[in-house]
Design a binder for this molecule. Structure first.
Ligand code: GRF
Length: 210
C-alpha cells in the first residue's frame, strides 16, 4: 500500500479526487495525513470527513524563516513515513530543508504542459500566449519552481472564446484523472520510486489515455 502525505493550501479538489480513487479501489494507496499552511483550507474538511489527520502548519508562526518553516513541514510529514509526498495545490515554495528529507519522493501537479507556463496563473499565461492546446503535468519537485522531471501529462484543447475560468475548469477535470493515475503508476510499481531515468517510457500509456 503506497503511503501518501498530501500538502494543500486551498479547496483541495485534487485531494478529493485522490481520496475518491482510493475509495473506489482504482488507487491502491493510503493518505496518512493532510497538511495545510492555511487553517481555513477547505481541503482540511475533506480530510477530516475521510478520517485522515488534518494538520495546519502556518507559514508565519513565530515569524520564523522559510528554512524553519520547511523543516517543520518535513519533520511533521516524516512522522507518517510516506512513500511519496504529494503537493496538491500547496502554494508555498519548498526548500532543500524539505526536499532533502524525501529525495526523489515529492511530486506536484501543475496546470500547464511544462516546461511552458511555470509559476502562478499558468492558464492565463497559456491564453495570453495564444496556444491551441493546454493541459496539466505531474512532475517531481525540485528546488527550482515547476522544473523537476516530468512524470505524466494530459492535454486539453483551448477554445477560441475561452476565459481563464473556462480553461482552468477544463484542465482541472484532467488533473482529477491524471494525478490519481500517476500515483497508481507508483503504487503498482510501474514507476519505481526514485528511478527518475525511465519515467517517460513508463508513463506513456497515461498520456495516451487522456
Ligand atoms: C490546481 O490547479 C493545481 O494544478 C495547482 O493548484 C490547483 C489546486 O487546486 N497546483 P485544488 O486545491 O486541488 O482544487
Amino acid at each position: 500500500m503506497l503511503k501518501l502525505v498530501v500538502f494543500i493550501s486551498g479547496r483541495g479538489s485534487n485531494l478529493k479526487a485522490i481520496l475518491s480513487h482510493i475509495e473506489d479501489g482504482s488507487l491502491k494507496a493510503k493518505v496518512c495525513a493532510v497538511i495545510s499552511d492555511k487553517p481555513d483550507a477547505a481541503g482540511l474538511e475533506l480530510a477530516r470527513e475521510a478520517g485522515v489527520p488534518a494538520i495546519v502548519i502556518p507559514r508565519m508562526a513565530k515569524s520564523r524563516s522559510l528554512a524553519e518553516f520547511n523543516t517543520e513541514l518535513a519533520t511533521t510529514a516524516l512522522r507518517y513515513s510516506p512513500d511519496l509526498v504529494v503537493l496538491a495545490g500547496f502554494m508555498r515554495v519548498v526548500t532543500t530543508e524539505f526536499l532533502s528529507a524525501f529525495p526523489e519522493r515529492v511530486v506536484n501537479i501543475h496546470p500547464s504542459l511544462l516546461p511552458s507556463f511555470k509559476g502562478l496563473h499558468a492558464q492565463k499565461q497559456a491564453l495570453e500566449a495564444g496556444v491551441m492546446f493546454a493541459g496539466c503535468t505531474v512532475h517531481y519537485v525540485s528546488e527550482e519552481v515547476d522544473s523537476g522531471g516530468i512524470i505524466a501529462q494530459a492535454v486539453v484543447p483551448v477554445h477560441p472564446n475561452d476565459s481563464e475560468d473556462s480553461l482552468s475548469q477544463r484542465i482541472l477535470e484532467k488533473e482529477h484523472k491524471l494525478f490519481p493515475a500517476a500515483l497508481q503508476a507508483f503504487a503498482s510499481g510501474k514507476i519505481k520510486i526514485g528511478d527518475t531515468g525511465k519515467i517517460q517510457q513508463e508513463t506513456h500509456s497515461l498520456i495516451s489515455l487522456y
